[in-house]
Write a protein that binds this ligand. Structure first.
Ligand SMILES: Cc1cc2nc3c(=O)[nH]c(=O)nc-3n(C[C@H](O)[C@H](O)[C@H](O)COP(=O)(O)O)c2cc1C
Length: 209
């Protein structure tokens, strides 16, 4: 029995294109994998710890091989809980809108907590950086108002998929499946059409995921 963790990062609930496609993915996934479980982690309702001074000091203490103060230890335990929760999943689904060509700040906050030495990546002078989250697939559903596919001339503006793919690779993912829901703002029916096309694609992907 595997656990699929869905990181949901649009605040738009029923109006969200990325959540609508993610729901199609989950429906198809559960039909094909009835013994598995799905947990949706809504980044807009989760109480994410601040990534503040004490947390940063705790991070640098680890990188410099120094012990934690009591304050740093408490801050670090909250970060470890986020990473442990993420790593408890066998498979990951991330759904997100494009915001100002990048990712929404709640997802960036989560990534800043997650991408930590000793938890999701390691560094040694001999081997350099090594991702520690290995052997798990991740599917990413990117919704965006415009269109950024190769040939559109707008590829260079897409700092949403480029960044997310880079950071997922950095922490160890090699099996990264990408689904694009676009353009959602190109006219009155654009969103419904983009959601329908992407839903067809994710239904197939979810079966073999
Ligand atoms: C704050 C904000 C910034 C946005 N920035 C962009 C952008 O830079 N490029 C783009 O194509 N669409 C942009 N959009 C449009 C959304 O990416 C688009 O509506 C997407 O379908 C939203 O996904 P959702 O319905 O899952 O939230 C933006 C929307 C919001 C609310």
């Amino acid at each position: 029995m595997a656990k699929l963790l869905h990181l949901q990062s649009s605040p738009r609930s029923d109006r969200s294109a990325s959540i609508a496609v993610a729901n199609h993915f989950i429906e198809s996934y559960l039909a094909a994998h009835p013994a598995d479980t799905v947990e949706t982690f809504d980044l807009w309702h989760a109480k994410l710890p601040e990534f503040d001074g004490a947390t940063l000091d705790a991070k640098y203490a680890i990188m410099n091989g120094l012990p934690h103060s009591a304050e740093q230890l408490a801050a670090w335990q909250a970060v470890v809980a986020i990473a442990d929760h993420f790593k408890s999943a066998d498979k990951v689904l991330i759904s997100l809108p494009m915001w100002n060509f990048g990712i929404p700040y709640k997802l960036k906050h989560y990534i800043d907590l997650l991408a930590q030495p000793g938890l999701t990546f390691s560094f040694t002078p001999e081997e350099g950086y090594k991702g520690l989250v290995t052997g798990k697939p991740v599917a990413v559903i990117y919704a965006r108002g415009g269109a950024y596919a190769p040939g559109t001339g707008a590829e260079g503006y897409d700092q949403q998929s480029v960044y997310l793919k880079l950071v997922l690779g950095f922490i160890g993912f090699t099996n990264i499946q990408e689904i694009f829901v676009e353009p959602t703002l190109a006219g009155p029916t654009a969103k419904d059409e983009a959601v329908a096309t992407a839903s067809g694609a994710v239904s197939k992907l979810a079966v073999s995921f």
